[in-house]
Ligand binder design. Structure first.
Ligand SMILES: [Fe+2]
Length: 293
């Protein structure tokens, strides 16, 4: 698989958090979450660059040139985002994937150090780029070699993890392959038994007709999951989509996603809001306030 090496750099515009409010009936307290997605860090040690096959090195250096052309550097950028999250009073960082552009040793270290060293807890869901090099994209080798590296920042399991408060659950479900698998869907649906409202974080947004135009304009395809987009006929995706986006009695109160590199706020067919947040590499991020209805 090869991804485009962009020729027109997008402009860094400074960290400008959008905002969004989720209203939930019966909450005992209010919450603030800081959402960061698609930072696409491209860090490499000199050794790993020199040991890469030439084709991979050329490709990765082109990606780095594109994603970092206007950055102050990944580490400084990360700390700027954390300062912004602190200023917002964030209870939790929602990190919805592609924070790194490939699983280089340096990227994984910067990411893990960044998550560990901040005093704001974080919930991470992997993106499609996080755990694969483009020339080994989502292969069994990538699954075996790289996905396990994310376990410790995904509370033990890159497939699904959650943070549970007294009156709210924030759940991260991996849909980085534009699909969910049976065991993950089972685990997610079992959370409904807790009878708490759920905020779901994904990398890839769920299909919603009103995002088709924007999605096509940016990507020339429907980079969403379910229905008319990816894996709409897959039984597990159908089951997941039905439970989140169609069921009128779903406990899901909001879906927070990235992947598309633009801001978008929408409503799924059953009335649940779905929020897409703009790419971190140009300064996009979002503050999400969860308030009592
Ligand atoms: Fe992505």
């Amino acid at each position: 698989m090869s991804f485009p090496v962009y020729s027109e750099p997008e402009t860094w515009h400074g960290i400008e958090p959008a905002d969004f409010e989720v209203k939930i009936r019966g909450l005992k307290r209010e919450y603030t979450f800081f959402h960061l997605t698609d930072l696409h860090m491209c860090e490499f040690t000199p050794d790993e660059l020199s040991e890469m096959p030439e084709e991979r090195r050329t490709y990765e250096l082109q990606r780095r040139d594109f994603f970092t052309h206007a950055w102050p550097g990944a580490a400084a950028l990360w700390s700027n985002y954390i300062d912004c999250a602190k200023a917002a009073g964030a209870d939790l960082l929602l990190l919805t994937g592609d924070i790194i552009d490939c699983p280089s040793d340096a990227n994984v270290k910067v990411l893990k150090d960044g998550v560990r060293e901040t005093d704001i807890p974080a919930l991470y869901v992997v993106g499609n780029h996080d755990w694969s090099f483009a020339d080994d994209y989502h292969t069994p080798n990538a699954t075996a070699m790289h996905r396990p590296k994310f376990a410790d920042i995904c509370n033990g399991d890159p497939n699904i993890s959650w943070v549970e408060y007294e009156d709210l659950i924030i759940c991260a479900v991996d849909d980085s392959r534009h699909r969910v698998f049976r065991e993950t869907a089972d685990q997610f649906l079992a959370l409904f038994e807790k009878k708490k409202p759920i905020i779901l974080i994904l990398h890839v947004p769920l299909y919603v007709a009103s995002m088709e135009t924007d999605c096509f304009a940016s990507w020339h395809q429907l980079l969403m999951m379910g229905e008319k987009a990816f894996y709409g006929d897959d039984p597990q995706v159908k089951r997941f989509y039905e439970a989140v986006a169609l069921a009128p009695d779903t406990p899901v109160k909001a879906v927070i996603t990235g992947h598309l590199h633009f801001h978008h706020e929408d409503i799924l067919p059953n009335g649940v809001p779905q929020i897409v947040t703009d790419k971190g590499y140009t300064g996009g991020c979002r503050v999400i306030r969860v308030v009592k209805e």
